[in-house]
Design a protein around this ligand. Structure first.
Ligand code: MN
Length: 238
């Protein structure tokens, strides 16, 4: 029996429905169908400090991006409008195979489908204005092509150590270098915490925050994002 959402995919539309968003999966022909994209801010103390914050008094925060902001297959990213200060943020991406509300740490752990490497592109100048006036971050974070992501490695195939290295190079030069052990909230903690705010679903994708070293990039720059044990992400700005 089809769900109401599946039924609504049949029949006529006033224009062609927007394309659905899928992420490739390492070693499989089947793709990961995306539901929502959540992001964690302030999840590495040294990044909180470089942004002028106090990691002890400011816990991590959640925000989101539209699923249509994802960029797959190492496709080029068009330098966005309305900014003179586009920053890279390399992040571990967690993809969910199930969900729910108010998940325990154990339930949260069991919901992970796999992992990827992502870049949370940020219009830092717009974010600074938003922070100054206490406004939402949407224009700083949720713009088109703001979320490149690598192919996902399923949990069973991933050799993701708790202290795996996470890094980003721009034109071959190191910009960000840290380990996942530096995350303030662990992967299951992030999922459990997020599930107290939203009913999580299979297809949800979570960007888990960035370490220190964020900086501006421009047209023509080539970015290489890595998490040890996962498929890498390469991205060129055009
Ligand atoms: Mn981020």
């Amino acid at each position: 029996m089809a769900s109401p959402q599946q039924q609504s995919e049949r029949g006529d539309f006033v224009f062609a429905p927007p394309p659905r968003v899928y992420i490739p999966v390492v070693g499989m022909d089947a793709r990961f169908p995306v539901h929502r994209v959540y992001c964690v801010g302030r999840n590495y103390a040294d990044h909180v400090a470089e942004m002028g914050g106090d990691p002890k008094s400011e816990p991590p925060v959640f925000f989101s991006k539209p699923a249509s902001a994802l960029v797959i297959n190492d496709d080029d990213v068009r330098y966005p409008q309305a900014t003179n200060d586009l920053h890279h943020e390399v992040e571990l991406v967690v993809a969910l195979a199930c969900g729910g509300r108010d998940l325990s740490i154990e339930q949260a752990e069991q919901c992970v489908f796999g992992y990827g490497v992502g870049i949370d592109f940020t219009r830092r100048d717009l974010q600074a204005v938003a922070k100054q006036h206490g406004r939402p971050w949407d224009t700083a974070k949720g713009f088109d092509q703001s979320a490149p992501v690598s192919a996902l490695t399923p949990v069973a195939q991933a050799s993701l150590a708790a202290d795996a290295g996470i890094s980003l190079e721009v034109n071959g030069e190191a910009r960000q270098r840290a380990t996942l052990a530096q995350m303030i909230w662990s992967i299951p903690e992030i999922i459990a915490e997020l599930s107290t705010l939203f009913e999580l679903r299979a297809g949800d994708v979570i960007y888990t925050g960035t370490p220190a070293g964020v900086a501006a990039v421009g047209r023509g720059d080539s970015l290489a994002a890595r998490v040890e044990g996962l498929s890498p992400l390469n991205c060129k700005l055009v």
